[in-house]
Design a protein around this ligand. Structure first.
Ligand SMILES: [Zn+2]
Ligand SMILES: [Zn+2]
Length: 355
């Protein structure tokens, strides 16, 4: 580490996942950045829907003790020994970071599909994350925050990158009719990316009224499941045709099924949500109707950069329903989100002190 850095062995406060539904504030050693890393002083660390199953103890990759948090922004606090000027990373710079760290050597990395790298690691899951005063990140994963962008917005690049990838695999065109099930952060951002891609017909299904209202404010057409279920509602509004693309941003067996049954023959279902692993689906329908089922997972560095640029331009972004909370309130917020709190994003702010 270079000069003016933190004495080795100094501690920092961190929110540590200790056991299912248990996160406690603890003093842990400040991470020492490796030669190719920078140390970031975290300003915001967003809670992601994908972390909730981990909080409940239902994730294979998030094992205690662990510091969660992969949606981060902050300022560079120290540089690893090999981080020279050519990296254009300086102490004090406002930054965000791509939390998906890949090997850079495998076939998938070479083809720009780093999200499939078999050696990939994720901050807040297989690496210590941003729910702490400091986090160490490879300098290659760090992106400068564009001028004029606040650090709260900069913490939201990751879900935007996810949404960009989901819309990319859906192969929509402006003429497509698209159904999005679930208007949490990812669903809402997918709806925004669809709008920015020129898709005019955007249906949304969301049971929470606050979340639904945010989607409607974006010009989406709200649908209710009603007594007969979503596929027959889709039948009604599309004249019996079905939608070209259905994107499931929930991942429950019921939402996957209704997405599939809402498709027009030849249509595409994109699976984004990871709520349940197993789902029973009528696969003869896939055969007879030549349906396409695609998964969309995470993002590559290309999506991350595009996400940052689109956020900077105001093309996408979460504003309504964003909550900023102290880090020591984190456990409470994970609990609240598990019980269905309608926040579009909860940003934990380690610098916020109890008053
Ligand atoms: Zn996330
Ligand atoms: Zn790789």
């Amino acid at each position: 580490m270079t000069a003016h850095t933190l004495p080795v062995g100094t501690n920092m406060p961190a929110l540590v996942y200790e056991a299912p539904r248990v996160m406690t504030m603890r003093d842990v050693p400040i991470p020492l950045p490796r030669p190719d890393e920078v140390l970031i002083e975290v300003e915001y660390s967003g809670i992601c829907g994908s972390e909730l199953s981990g909080f409940l103890g239902q994730s294979s990759i998030r094992q205690p003790p662990l510091v969660f948090g992969h949606e981060i922004s902050g300022r560079i606090a120290a540089l690893g020994d090999d981080v020279d000027d050519s990296w254009q990373a300086h102490v004090g710079d406002p930054v965000t970071a791509n939390p998906l760290v890949s090997c850079g050597r495998c076939d998938f990395c070479a083809r720009g599909r780093q999200q499939l790298c078999p050696r990939r690691l994720l901050l807040g899951a297989t690496l210590p994350g941003g729910n702490a005063r400091y986090v160490a990140v490879p300098v290659a994963s760090v992106l400068a925050v564009p001028e004029g962008m606040d650090l709260a917005t900069a913490a939201m690049v990751e879900p935007v990158a996810f949404a960009l990838r989901a819309v990319e695999v859906s192969t929509v065109t402006p003429a497509s009719s698209v159904l999005v099930v679930g208007a949490g952060a990812i669903g809402l951002l997918i709806l925004q990316v669809l709008a920015a891609s020129g898709v005019r017909t955007r249906y949304v299904v969301e049971t929470n009224p606050d979340r639904l209202a945010r989607a409607v404010a974006l010009g989406c057409i709200p649908l209710e499941r009603g007594e007969r279920g979503l596929p027959s509602m889709i039948d009604e509004v599309t004249g019996g045709r079905g939608v070209d693309v259905a994107i499931d941003a929930v991942g429950a067996p019921s939402t996957r099924r209704e997405c599939m049954l809402s498709l027009t023959p030849g249509g595409t279902m994109v699976l984004v949500g990871l709520h349940s692993d197993e789902t029973e689906l009528p696969l003869n329908t896939v055969v007879r109707s030549e349906l396409v089922i695609r998964g969309a997972f995470a993002y590559s560095p290309v999506h991350f950069r595009q996400g940052l640029a689109w956020l900077a331009e105001g093309i996408v972004g979460l504003k309504a329903g964003v909550v900023v909370a102290r880090l020591d309130e984190g456990q409470k917020w994970y609990e609240q989100l598990v019980s269905g709190h309608p926040a579009s994003k909860v940003l934990l702010q380690p610098a916020l002190q109890a008053s």
